[in-house]
Design a protein around this ligand. Structure first.
Ligand code: SF4
Length: 171
């Protein structure tokens, strides 16, 4: 892909299937201790796959990782989108790496859906593609996306259209 700029990667995010993509300051990505508690007490996916808590990095470790970066690309898809935001994030991470952003790391949304049943007693079967979600790493997704101009609210039923966000750290 060559030495592409952040702007090129932002465009690529949309071509890869994101409805929206924004270059953001990595400092606007907020971690919080309560996010992990929400996973553990409130989400039936807890412990269900290797990209979710308790296997994914806790907020303190994620904060240390975020501190290694200045910029990130925040990507968004509505629940109706054909391509999952996690798939877009992983593809963009790969392209960013080949473009010279050697530290790039991707995070998606929700649990990993790559296998029918996760191999939680062993090793991940697809390390090249499996990435944790932002929330699984202790990121306050609501605060982060609102800070970057997205308007999202909590949903009051499973019938509502969900919003999915992913993050690709780039440097
Ligand atoms: S790729 Fe498979 S084994 Fe790895 S985290 Fe995802 S579901 Fe689990």
């Amino acid at each position: 892909m060559g030495k592409n700029s952040l702007e090129d990667l932002k465009k690529r995010a949309r071509q890869l299937g994101a409805k929206e993509a924004k270059i953001i300051d990595a400092k606007t990505v907020k971690t919080a201790a309560w996010v992990r508690y929400k996973c553990q007490f409130g989400c039936d996916g807890f412990g269900g796959c290797l990209t979710c808590p308790p296997y994914s990095p806790p907020p303190e470790q994620t904060q240390k990782i975020l501190d290694c970066y200045k910029k990130a690309i925040l990507i968004y898809n509505p629940g109706s989108a054909k391509k999952s935001i996690s798939n877009v994030a992983v593809s963009l991470e790969k392209e960013a790496f080949f473009a010279g952003f050697y530290k790039t790391l991707a995070m998606g949304a929700g649990p990993c859906m790559l296998c029918k049943g996760c191999n939680i007693k062993g090793e991940c079967r697809h390390r090249e593609k499996a990435r944790p979600s932002m929330e699984a790493c202790g990121i306050d997704v609501f605060a982060t996306v609102r800070k970057n101009g997205f308007q999202i609210e909590t949903l009051d039923s499973y019938g509502c259209q969900a919003n999915y966000f992913g993050l690709v750290l780039v440097e």
